[in-house]
Design a protein around this ligand. Structure first.
Ligand code: ADE
Length: 246
């Protein structure tokens, strides 16, 4: 998969993109990340990429011309089917979006700085606007890295053991089950017997049930459309909780 990142600060990406799984995905040519600096496409003698907002007010706004020209320069190497703007005004990023994008051949991620973008960039240049949470960062570089990291986990060959991806929180829409490793007893806190039983069917059922339990405690919004099997397990949890109350 090819990802073109438009950023005024490509150097911010060097550490995260060369470390651990992402570094390997790039070395193994599963992921090809290229950087384009909108400043190289600025059209005035000062190479400006931002300007004061019409109507007044604080801060600067990213200009149309450098971003439109920078995206246009990618026409030969990127399908430009998905041009994504990082913005706190975007729709919230979810695992469903990440999975869908990981199935594309390419992607453009636009990182902004300053107070925002000229609205015509949203209207006519980008296909999607995403936010990584309800807080404001100083620029879109960290959100772009978050997207690249989450996407790379979905690409075949990046994570050796795909079962480990499918047990991630959110992979199948709910939070992940609690995990344990050795020792079986740490300061009196023990590992549930079922996990050491070797009975895979029982272990799978236990994990699904515990994943549902933790999801209902922390993120009940994720359980709105659960399956009949999950509803049955949730019922079982309710009954156990009622029994332990009485
Ligand atoms: N740019 C600044 N804040 C952001 C956020 N929360 N998500 C995406 N892009 C941003």
């Amino acid at each position: 998969m090819r990802i073109d990142v438009l950023t005024l600060f490509p150097e911010m990406f060097s550490g995260p993109m060369s470390t651990s799984l992402l570094g390997k995905a790039i070395d193994n040519e599963i992921l090809d990340i290229q950087y384009t600096n909108p400043r190289d496409y600025a059209q005035d003698k000062h190479f400006s990429v931002d300007d004061a907002p019409y109507g007044g007010g604080p801060g600067m706004v990213m200009k149309c011309e450098p971003l439109f020209a920078a995206v246009d320069s990618l026409r030969e190497v990127n399908s430009l089917k998905r041009v994504v703007l990082m913005s706190p005004r975007g729709r919230p990023l979810t695992q469903t979006i990440v999975k869908e994008w990981s199935e594309s051949d390419d992607l453009v991620l636009i990182c902004g700085r300053y107070e925002g973008f000229d609205e015509r960039i949203s209207q006519a240049l980008v296909t999607d606007e995403v936010s990584i949470g309800d807080y404001v960062l100083s620029g879109g570089e960290l959100p772009a890295m978050v997207i690249i990291d989450a996407l790379s986990r979905m690409l075949p060959g990046v994570i050796g053991d795909f079962d480990s991806v499918s047990s991630d929180s959110f992979y199948d829409g709910i939070l992940g089950a609690p995990q344990f490793t050795r020792p079986p007893d740490f300061k009196g806190m023990t590992v549930p017997d079922v996990l050491m039983s070797g009975n895979h069917a029982l272990i799978e059922r236990y994990r699904r049930k515990e994943a549902l339990r933790v999801t209902r405690e922390r993120r009940p919004d994720l359980l709105e459309h659960c399956s009949a099997e999950d509803a049955e397990l949730l019922n079982e949890i309710d009954n156990e909780e009622h029994e332990s109350d009485s």
